[in-house]
Design a protein around this ligand. Structure first.
Ligand SMILES: Nc1nc2c(ncn2[C@@H]2O[C@H](COP(=O)(O)OP(=O)(O)OP(=O)(O)O)[C@@H](O)[C@H]2O)c(=O)[nH]1
Ligand SMILES: [Mg+2]
Length: 360
């Protein structure tokens, strides 16, 4: 078959990667294109994969390790989408705390798999609230070593896509574009919103036809990078819930607000907390991507006796404490209205990145 266009959408936790690839996949499919998506996480049981699959999209998952440390797993995912879907375009989302993608993914793909894929310029998505803070010398609401990763991601990007511009005024958006461009002279800086659709077509046009990806090799301190990842506790849990006529949206809200209370009380820094409640084809999602004001909900899971809950939390604390927090909030929220059966529950601290390849 023909070469597949591969578009890597990187960027820090919660920047809007899954939402963007979901949006673009729908647009491309409406034009008759065959699209595959690749999700990625340090552990199995991903909210992102469920969310994309709920919309009938073709998703391959690389779970248990990032693309860079499991390059062969990433290549297998690309092969499966080429084989199963004959994908014209693959949109792939690396783990949000990953950097050094040019040396560890883009260049190895170009070197070893250039008959199968054409790699687009590396896009790094950036949430405006974190970006503003980072640009003007702040920490983006992150530990200084996690903020280091954020800066390195921007530094290696070939396209920076400022996301969530619906949350900005036109003046704020123009200023952020101008200031970001001033800091990253040799990078194309763009802005988009999946909420109102602005900028998406322009971004896709920019990356979908360009070649010559893999130009920027990072000078990166792997000790600092490893520590920036290790300050985050990581929890992925899946629970089956059963009750009688349970209002799942209310339960989801109880869980998210319960978590927010703890974040506020303990002043915890959040990478991203996402929870999906699935009731057959109905689903609702809650996300927290920074302080508690970032709490957002989408969808509705309706009312029924059974549902599945998937929780993915990345918070600056020990994995053990994160486990304790999520468990307590969950038990309090379901108390008296349903029973829970844990299907999978993992909490961990990401290990030191050890890329399969590093081509500089
Ligand atoms: N207002 C607004 N919110 C957005 C937009 N795009 C994404 N979001 C929200 O941002 C949150 C995080 O979005 P995701 O797409 O899950 O972010 P991500 O980068 O995939 O996160 P990780 O996979 O955890 O790294 C969700 O609550 C989305 O609804 C946007 O254009 N506008
Ligand atoms: Mg995602």
């Amino acid at each position: 078959m023909n070469q597949t266009r591969l578009i890597l959408c990187g960027g820090f936790l919660g920047a809007g990667k899954t939402t963007l690839i979901w949006d673009v996949a729908q647009r491309l499919m409406a034009q008759g294109k065959r699209v595959g998506l690749v999700t990625n996480d340090q552990a199995p049981e991903l909210v992102d994969s469920r969310l994309l699959k709920q919309s009938g999209l073709q998703v391959a998952e690389v779970a248990g390790s990032c693309f860079c440390c499991n390059f062969n797993g990433f290549v297998d995912a690309i092969h499966s989408l080429r084989h199963d879907v004959q994908a014209d375009v693959i949109l792939a989302e690396p783990v949000g705390s990953c950097a050094d993608l040019t040396a560890t993914i883009v260049r190895p793909l170009k070197k070893y798999h250039n008959t199968e894929v054409i790699v687009s310029p590396l896009t790094v998505l950036s949430d405006p609230a974190r970006l503003k803070s980072i640009l003007y010398g702040g920490d983006g609401g992150l530990h200084e070593d996690a903020a280091y990763i954020y800066r390195k991601q921007l530094e290696e990007s070939e396209v920076i896509l400022i996301t969530k511009t619906d949350l900005l005024t036109d003046e704020e958006k123009d200023k952020l574009l101008k200031d970001t461009q001033a800091c990253f002279h040799h990078t194309k800086v763009m802005a988009a919103s999946t909420m109102n659709g602005s900028g998406i077509r322009e971004w896709f046009k920019e990356v979908a036809n360009r070649q010559g990806a893999g130009t920027k090799i990072l000078d990166i301190d792997y000790d600092k990078y490893a520590h920036g990842e290790a300050v985050l506790g990581w929890l992925n849990g899946t629970v089956a819930l059963s009750g009688q006529n349970v209002y799942w949206d209310t339960l989801l809200k109880d869980i998210m607000t319960g978590i927010c209370k703890v974040i506020k009380k303990e002043n915890l820094r959040v990478g991203h907390i996402k929870v999906i409640a699935e009731n057959g084809k109905l689903y609702a999602v809650g996300n927290i991507t920074g302080d508690v004001s970032t709490l957002q909900y989408r969808g509705t899971a309706g009312v029924s006796d059974n549902a599945k809950l998937i929780i993915n939390a990345r918070v600056e604390t020990t994995p053990e404490h994160l486990d304790e927090i999520v468990r307590e909030v969950l038990l309090e929220a379901i108390d008296g209205q349903c029973t829970d059966e844990v299907i999978a529950w993992r909490y961990l601290q990401p290990g030191r990145p050890n890329p399969t390849h590093r081509i500089v």
